[in-house]
Ligand binder design. Structure first.
Ligand code: 4AD
Ligand code: MG
Length: 429
């Protein structure tokens, strides 16, 4: 039976066997060092030539990086060693030899690394980032579970356009037009009268032509939907939610954030209340800075970065013009040119991490919006039924997982925060 590197401190002075992959080999005349990574940590094995059978010395000193081995030795406390312990090695067994590893400890181009994503996953920064992602995903489920939300899994294949016609992946569904889901929202809304508070969390798809550091064609989105919540309640929930997942990353991912060289002070500042500023105020302030921004346009990456630079924590921009947003948002009763919605902009130029809104609960207004947007009305009969059978005020939002984790980890591009990114020019590996 082999031991996990993580557990070695409990086995000081015992002989153990660890299994894993060779992260580094250093060979001197009389002593050699093998650094082994097992998925729970790394440990350095010390091999003394004079104390080992010749065949074990031969094998160990000819190992290539990423070969898979079992290494047996005595656990010795050593404050200088990573993890606080080393192994004085007595035996090494080769499980799977490694050919020369394509990724070497030197600078590689991004396209090269993405071509080798299946191998790149093993490197320090990638492991740290993906572990934070996994912790954040678990924190998301815990947050909603603890607050009595019911998880609803929504379909990936759909006949209805969830957001906009411009970014659809279309496929043939036995002779019918089908799309990969841009959002689970419309289905989550329909589950509200069944459970009151629900959420979905799954992959979503957008045929984004944009090649930016914020766009994937396949990304994961978490979408809660709450009956009897208005737009302000919706922002309150987003604030509590984002603070909670950031706090969880700080609490449980300290070693990973250190590997990523993420300044924890930036994340510690993420506390309520988040500033809330209306779209109208943003336009005035941008124009006061001489930006010449036209009322009615959606904020682009540049404007979002400017707005977030005004604050030290995430900021809500609320009540955008109708034409800048999706068809399902509720008209603002105080200004019919705008809708009751918000984006949440992350600090440090990470841009929009959440889009949310109160939903249009009036059948006629919703129908009018579907017609205005020239969406195929017949595909929404089921969605309109929600307004026919006991309509009710409700709100929800969608948080993009990769953008959020990119911000938390401080990585420059969201492609590193998903195990196998799908980008405009990349379907492999
Ligand atoms: O603002 P969006 O388009 O909102 C919706 O899809 C709503 N149906 C959500 C809801 O109310 N239930 O997208 C929500 C979030 C964005 O704020 C962003 O974080 C992320 O999804 N996102 C993307 N992430 C990566 N790549 C893309 N191409 C993304 N498009 C949106
Ligand atoms: Mg949006």
């Amino acid at each position: 039976m082999s031991h996990l590197v993580r557990d070695l401190p409990r086995h000081a002075d015992e002989t153990v066997t660890v299994t894993g992959w060779i992260a580094a080999v250093r060979v001197h005349a009389r002593v050699a060092f093998l650094v082994l990574r097992d998925g729970t940590g790394t440990v350095q094995g010390v091999l003394v030539k004079s104390q080992l059978p010749a065949d074990i010395w031969e094998l160990s000193t000819s190992l290539t990086r990423e070969s898979c081995v079992a290494m047996t030795g005595v656990v010795r406390p050593d404050p200088r060693a990573p993890g606080g312990h080393e192994l004085t090695v007595s035996a090494v067994e080769l499980i799977g030899a490694g050919e020369e590893f394509p990724i070497q400890p030197k600078e590689h181009g991004v396209e090269f690394l993405l071509d080798h994503r299946h191998l790149w996953l093993r490197s320090n920064l990638q492991r740290a980032g993906l572990r934070v992602r996994a912790e954040v995903e678990q924190a998301i489920h815990d947050f909603f579970y603890e607050r009595d939300f019911v998880r609803i899994d929504t379909p990936i294949l759909t006949g209805s356009i969830g957001e906009s016609a411009g970014t659809l992946f279309e496929t043939d569904y036995f002779g019918e037009r089908a799309f990969l889901a841009q959002t689970g929202q419309l289905y989550a809304e329909c589950a509200c009268p069944a459970f009151r508070k629900v959420y979905c969390f799954g992959p979503t798809f957008r045929a984004e032509k944009s090649k930016t550091r914020r766009h994937l064609t396949e990304f994961w989105m978490i979408e809660p939907e709450v009956a009897f919540a208005d737009s302000n309640d919706n922002m309150d929930l987003q604030e509590e939610f984002v603070c909670s997942i950031v706090a969880r990353a700080l609490e449980r991912c300290g070693p990973e954030l250190e590997v990523l060289e993420r300044d924890p002070g930036r994340l510690e500042a993420v506390r309520p209340p988040f500033p809330r500023i209306s779209y109208g105020e943003v336009v005035e302030r941008l124009n006061a800075e001489g930006r010449g921004f036209e009322w009615g346009r959606d904020l682009g990456a540049i404007e979002e970065t400017t707005v977030s630079s005004w604050f030290d924590r995430p900021v809500f921009v609320y009540n955008y013009p109708k034409e800048a947003k999706a068809f399902y948002m509720k008209e603002n009763p105080d200004d019919a040119r705008t809708v009751l919605c918000n984006d949440l902009l992350a600090p440090e130029g990470y841009g929009e991490i959440i889009g949310g809104s109160q939903r249009e609960d009036d059948l006629d207004r919703l129908l009018a919006r579907i017609r205005e947007e020239e969406l195929p009305e017949e595909a929404y009969d089921w969605y309109l039924d929600l307004r026919r059978y006991g309509t009710f005020p409700h709100s929800g939002f969608g948080l993009g997982l990769e953008r959020t984790v990119a911000w938390i980890t401080g990585r420059p591009h969201i492609r590193e925060l998903v195990p196998f990114p799908r980008l405009i020019n990349r379907l492999r590996p």
